[in-house]
Design a protein around this ligand. Sequence first.
Ligand code: SAH
Ligand code: DHB
Ligand code: MG
Length: 222
Amino acid sequence: MEKLLGQNDPKLMRYVDETFRPEDPVLAEIRERAARLGFRPIQVGKADALHLEVLTRAIGACKAVEIGTLAGYSGVAIARGLAPGGKLYTFENDLAHSVAARESFEKAGLADRVEIFQGDATRRLNEINPLGPFDLVFIDADKVSYPAYLAWASEHLRVGGVVLGDNTFGWGMIADTDFEDPADERAIQALREFNRELAQGGRFRSTLLPTGEGLTIGVKLR
Ligand code: SAH
Ligand code: DHB
Ligand code: MG
């Protein structure tokens, strides 16, 4: 499944691929191993992985949090962007995913910078409260919990810290009014609540970066 940029013109993604080379062999191996393990290919697109690394670097992030690790594809990108001595705390419900992710961080030479918390992030996130405030929070787990994850991030990011949410175009359904599947409707309503709070809630200055799947970014103001 190719994850396209911009106007969904494959030529544009090919250009970005050739010029910016977002996926190195370490990331490609993670994507391929995850597929062999039977995981759905729902890691971020390669261009979004590079966006994550560059944004992490741009803000000089030292302490980052990821919610939804899968096999560690986006986690490797974030961990690569951390300042020296930085740490990524990443949360993953599924045991097999967390085992694959540990292998990924080891193979990437990043194991010392990453701590995996296996279990439901809605329950386990509070364990890292004393380690905050954090510089960056990347939200990419169950969509219905995005508003709860954002509420946590609002409290535990530093002022000037960044929250990111993946899939905020809701697989193209974010602006739809009719839904066939009630699960889709619940996910989309949660994504809308997440975007609305970031855009209009007063605690963040935010935008929705129109990447392949939509990447909402907010900077904490207060
Ligand atoms: N960020 C990853 C992709 C994450 S896919 C990447 O780009 O490489 C979403 C992941 O969230 C799945 O692995 C799923 O098992 C996990 N997940 C879903 N609900 C969760 C929850 N409540 N707590 C922690 N992880 C959860
Ligand atoms: C799904 C979840 C994701 O985080 C993603 O990037 C793509 C798909 C999903 O649950 O279908
Ligand atoms: Mg996602």
